[in-house]
Write a protein that binds this ligand. Structure first.
Ligand code: HEC
Length: 99
């Protein structure tokens, strides 16, 4: 029993360490574009190249409902389950897309 718990713990830690912005961003491509070059659903701002801090502020704001426009509920659904590490990883990835 103890062994099972430990290996779960290790697996959990490994997935945390591997918060991979490119992998996370795959969920966003359908709306924001491969290079974050599109206004999502014709509504959002183009986010490619936004500084990571600006992305993080927006994504955390969607999580807690303090940021967004008329379609913020949709984005809340996209990011609701993300950890801070995942938000940071995807934010840095999108920042790099604008360059
Ligand atoms: C189903 C389509 C869809 C998906 C998938 C999606 N988004 Fe969005 N995103 C939108 C829309 C629409 C908005 C504008 C929402 C609003 O009114 O605030 C938006 C807004 C944003 C903004 C803020 C831009 C602004 O206009 O203020 C960021 C940053 C963002 N999305 C990042 C992401 C990330 C990161 C993912 C993947 C984890 C993602 N989005 C997935 C549709 C989507």
């Amino acid at each position: 029993m103890k062994k099972v718990f430990l290996s779960l713990l290790v697996a959990g830690t490994a997935s945390l360490m591997a918060a991979d912005g490119a992998a996370i961003y795959k969920k966003c491509i359908s709306c924001h574009g491969v290079n974050a070059e599109k206004p999502a659903l014709g509504k959002s701002q183009v986010i490619a190249g936004w500084p990571a801090e600006k992305q993080i502020a927006a994504l955390k704001g969607y999580q807690d409902g303090t940021y967004g426009g008329p379609m913020k509920a949709l984005m809340k659904g996209q990011v609701a389950k993300f950890t801070d590490e995942e938000i940071e990883a995807v934010a840095k990835y999108i920042e790099g897309l604008g360059k």
